[in-house]
Design a protein around this ligand. Sequence first.
Ligand code: HEC
Ligand code: HEC
Length: 551
Amino acid sequence: MKTTTFSSVLLMLSTAAFAQRGGGPPLTSLKTVPVPAVPGIEQYVRDQAALVVLGKALFWDMQAGSDGRTACASCHFHAGADHRVQNQLAPPQTSTAGITPNRTLTAADFPFHQPGNLDAPRSVAGSAGTFQRSFFDVVPGAAEEDGADLFSSRFSLNGRQTRQVTSRNTPSVINAVFNVRNFWDGRASNIFEGSALAWRDGHLVTEQVRLENSSLASQAVGPVLNEIEMSYTGRSFAKVAEKLLTLRPLGRQAVSAGDSVLGAYADASGVGLAPEYSYRRLIETAFEPAYWAAPEGGQMAANFSLFWGLAIQAYETTLISNDSRLDQFLEGNTQALSALEQQGMREFLGGRSQCTQCHQGAEFTAASFRNIGRPGFFRTGVTPIEDDPGLENGAFKSPGLRNVEFTGPYFHDGGQATLEQVMDFYARNGDFRAGGNLGPGIGQIRLNQQDRTAIVAFMKALTDDRVRFQRAPFDHPSLCISTGHEEPAAGVLAADTTDGRFASSAIDRWALIPAVGKDGAVAPLQTFDELLRGIGNDGSRAHNLTQPCVP
Ligand code: HEC
Ligand code: HEC
């Protein structure tokens, strides 16, 4: 639609749906969008609530990583994403270039690319995962697995190994259930496929699993065995099962008695789940006996990736932020948006910004399951195609923009620290335009300074306060996250002498993400830019990473 005047915005409120350029569903409250159901899941699942309990425990459990300290949440702890600033650099996806491990990013590093400086060495702000190590075996009763250091030339400094870093920036898991396909390049298929061992009429039979609307399950089984993210090289799902089935869920983490999902299961000590809620028990409660009750034994471990995928998907499906001030506005509360934010909304929907060519509907992305069959992947010229082709020819998933205030740094390369920088990028119609097709509207964007300010204000109105204050369903157990390594002198990393097998690994620094219950925290989340600038370290922001932690 054309640039809308204020009065016509108000008139359209009665329908509370804004048609937009690029087609696709109109802009409505996210509460009007159905959550995609998974046809046929009842074959496997008998208790959906128990499935969410299991999924939340697995997602936050640091014991799942080979080092006993890396959970899914280690990179998705902050509005579903990651805003750490130290040891977060990696070479681009297809590049063998070097980076300086353990560096602390500063505000001056951003944006990574600027007109006139596009030849500068390129790197990506990703997320620190695990050390590069070979897997020997799990140790019954221990969260840390047996292994040995491997030598990574990319992630080491003067002979000392650092944690490896992903070559793409971490997107948020909040609202990811609406994506047809997940990951920046869409490689997590909406069809979750695999095989399962079923106990039928006294026999164990192999069945094919094929579930639709399950991109999150396809996604979730990836990082567990990924040797940069969570795993030593050579681990299997059966080994993950063998370990976790001997451990108390969240055994090293605080769980609030007020946690919206886990509170009723929390141990009275405040740490972990109570002994009666083992992973075995949670699986038995959630899943049909045909998938775990065979008398032979070993069936539960054999089906662990099925349990893992479906449980984490069920938990992530609860992470929907549909009560932002924009949602309230679209539901008829005309006071919910300021005049500037409403102006930003008109610019966002209007012809000069082109935003809704790719960020459509309540989900703010054309990659929504409601757009099935329509591509939601576009090239906007963030990096050269040869650094990372994405889906193909430099096209990446158009991300949803809800809570975007907290999910910096931005883009698949994490190269922009602030929304203002993102708007400058769009106003100059991208950075790397050579070599192939650009997405619709790129080249035609015309935004003056005032427009950019208004659109930034509008994007900040897409925050759900439950995310800002970590209230249910966004409450969670505590977590120790690695925030780089001890570096007593520049370029010299201290060695971890406590364990001979890992003698070439650098010592971690750990920061606490405190547990919160359903009522959340008093302080709002810190933005990436605030962390870069040390704003909120006095406790006026949550997740300021100043509190030490012992994993
Ligand atoms: C070391 C950091 C790290 C860990 C640990 C990690 N992730 Fe991620 N996650 C990422 C990065 C980086 C991406 C983007 C990768 C890509 O697109 O190629 C991502 C992407 C995702 C996405 C896709 C979101 C989207 O919009 O495309 C989901 C969902 C997700 N992760 C969930 C999980 C789950 C579940 C686990 C645990 C099983 C996990 N992550 C573990 C870093 C991590
Ligand atoms: C041609 C399609 C297209 C248009 C037009 C477009 N975007 Fe995007 N947007 C994308 C894609 C694709 C990405 C991810 C690009 C990447 O990382 O390489 C993205 C990323 C973003 C991000 C970063 C989100 C994150 O989590 O990293 C923001 C913010 C954003 N867009 C806002 C806007 C605004 C505001 C407009 C209008 C001025 C706009 N976009 C126009 C496709 C588009």
